[in-house]
Design a protein around this ligand. Structure first.
Ligand SMILES: Nc1ncnc2c1ncn2[C@@H]1O[C@H](COP(=O)(O)OP(=O)(O)OP(=O)(O)O)[C@@H](O)[C@H]1O
Length: 573
């Protein structure tokens, strides 16, 4: 990612109603949690109604009947009230407990699904989405916690407690029911207005956060170079501007959140007050029975409560759903890589590339590539920068599909192979080997268990020259490195990654410029080892430019691209 990459524009969010069905579709725990929330909301609705009925009965009885002013006279009602309060307390506690656990589970499940789906994206599609995915999978998706623990329960209470309590009010006091029925729609109408006002703000906030993280990482990584060039001020100003933009979006969303929560509170309070005044007046002028009035008054507050809660949780939930939308986007677009669609066993035999071509930004790289990669031989792919050598390796691996031609193994197209089996049979050294923060041993074992045979490990280290690196490190294999192998020189990183590949017993070995950062002596040792692999029957494919590498090859294939995509192929595509 370049240092001055512009922030991606905020995508317009597609609204799918208050509950996005994809959440239940992609997360099993979310389905269970939804059912539990509905059940507990019904329990809450039941206890709210029972409590109101009991309080209304006891209160009206105590006030109107002087003979019934002893606890003994209301034993049953008080016991039922105590039971209802106890059940409500337990269900609220259980819900809070399950909510947090389920939220962690749902977030974990989604994270795993999205990571798996991202792993299936072809390298060229994954590259531009890397930054966004990192933000979505870390900070972004955590926002779903507020959605699951606050917004969703409030929503379920709104669709259970609100209509059920309104129904009971209708039987207790019809006038109050009419007042509530007339004022209640004001709350959702008001919420829709707030939704329109804040539309796209959560998505915009996520976009600025993604851009900010990416630029900060770039700036930190490139700081020494920028400082040496006297250019550190430019990117720093850009990061500051992005930070300001993020603060601005967050603050404006928060302002609306606080304002809307306050107005919703006010609205609900006024509506309850309206019901209370009407009941009071009718009680004073003898137009109604006390029991019905008390029940309606108690339940009136409960009718509005879930809607007020929905309003209060709305904004926190929006942030989580904006991140979830991005995550669902990756899952919706899930399209298995080329290898992975089939289930055929990997046969023996050469890897054959027939007229293979791949489009790249209006050009072909490679184009019309023909090659037969035989076991027991080192095939060197060479060619100009950008001609498609690394792409050819991706096509052999089945990480991308060729736009023309076909790659096959022993006569079976890569597309038809069982991907897991194919990848077990291939060892790949990419141009930028993957090294993770941790010890050198953890990095050695990153791509799979390594032999316990110490002599074999020593031999591989000698073959790549990594033994000299280890000899200079007091902690040996337990030496810790940072992100991407930070703490080792480029050549040392390459030697470690090469050692990893040499220890693999895969029958196909793909090496992308394995000696690019090595000194001549180490290069010679590495090339000898590579030829040794072929001598033992492995299929070795090596990308390289230098004469030393070309001389190590039994076959040299020149990879060529073309400037411009011809019209015919555009039309066919
Ligand atoms: N993510 C991407 N999206 C679109 N095009 C890409 C992407 N990555 C690479 N390309 C293009 O694909 C073409 C082939 O790239 P590739 O890395 O295979 O070339 P190469 O021959 O290995 O180059 P080099 O010798 O510099 O390593 C190049 O023209 C490059 O611009």
């Amino acid at each position: 990612m370049s240092l001055d990459a512009p922030a991606a524009p905020a995508e317009p969010s597609r609204r799918r109603g208050p509950v996005d069905p994809r959440l239940w579709h992609y997360s099993r725990s979310a389905r269970g949690y939804l059912l539990l929330t509905v059940a507990l909301s019904l329990v809450t609705a039941g206890t709210v109604i029972v409590s109101a009925l009991m309080i209304g009965t006891v209160l009206a009885g105590v006030i109107t009947d002087p003979d019934a002013r002893t606890p003994a006279a209301w034993g049953t009602e008080l016991a039922v009230l105590a039971a209802a309060v106890a059940v409500r307390t337990v269900s609220t506690w259980a819900h809070a407990r399950f909510a947090h656990r389920s939220a962690s589970r749902v977030i974990g499940e989604l994270r795993g699904e999205v990571l798996a789906a991202a792993g299936e994206l072809p390298p060229r599609e994954l590259d531009p989405r890397r930054g966004e995915l990192a933000t979505v999978l870390t900070r972004g998706i955590e926002g779903l916690r507020a959605y699951l623990t606050g917004y969703l329960p409030a929503l379920m209470l709104a669709v259970t407690v609100t209509p059920l309590t309104l129904l009971v009010i209708l039987f207790a006091d019809r006038t109050s029911a009419v007042i509530i029925a007339l004022t209640l729609p004001l709350v959702p109408v008001f919420m829709i207005l707030i939704g329109l006002l804040t539309k796209g703000k959560a998505a915009a906030s996520l976009t600025t956060m993604t851009a900010l993280s990416a630029q900060l990482l770039d700036l930190l990584a490139g700081l020494p170079t920028l400082r040496a060039l006297g250019r550190e001020r430019g990117p720093a100003a850009r990061v500051r501007a992005l930070g300001d933009a993020h603060r601005h979006t967050t603050m404006s969303a928060l302002r609306i959140a606080f304002l809307s929560a306050m107005v919703l509170e006010l609205l609900a309070t006024l509506c309850v007050a309206l019901v209370a005044v009407s009941i009071g007046l009718r009680l004073v002028f003898g137009g109604m029975e006390l029991r019905g009035g008390v029940i309606a008054l108690i339940l009136a507050a409960e009718v509005y409560l879930p809607l007020r809660m929905v309003g209060a949780q709305f904004h926190a939930a929006e942030d989580g759903m904006a991140a979830a939308e991005k995550a669902f986007g990756v899952l919706d677009d899930r399209d298995p890589v080329v290898a992975g669609e089939g289930d055929r066993a990997v046969p023996d035999g050469p890897i054959v590339l027939r007229g293979v071509g791949m489009r790249a930004r209006g050009q072909w790289a490679p184009r019309g590539l023909d090659a037969v990669l035989e076991p027991g031989r080192v095939t060197v792919l060479t060619g100009a920068n950008g001609s498609g050598k690394s792409t050819a390796l991706h096509l052999i691996l089945g990480l991308a599909a060729p736009d023309e031609g076909e790659v096959s193994v022993g006569g079976v197209p890569v597309r038809a192979l069982d991907a897991e089996q194919w990848w077990r049979e291939v060892a790949w050294l990419p141009q930028h080997p993957v090294l993770i923060p941790g010890t050198l041993r953890e990095n050695l074992e990153l791509t799979g268990p390594v032999t316990t045979d110490v002599d074999a490990i020593d031999r591989a280290c000698t073959a790549t020259g990594f033994d000299q690196v280890l000899a200079d490190l007091p902690d040996g294999w337990e030496t810790r490195v940072g992100v991407g192998g930070l703490g080792l020189s480029l050549g040392q990183r390459q030697r470690l990654a090469l050692t990893r590949v040499l220890l693999s017993d895969a029958r196909v070995v793909l090496l992308d410029e394995p000696t690019a950062h090595l000194d001549p002596a180490t290069e010679a040792t590495v090339l000898r080892s590579v030829c040794g692999l072929a001598a033992r029957g492995r299929t070795v494919v090596m990308v390289g430019h230098r004469d030393t590498v070309l001389r190590a090859g039994d076959v040299v294939v020149t990879v060529e691209g073309t400037d411009g995509v011809d019209r015919d192929s555009e039309v066919q595509a």
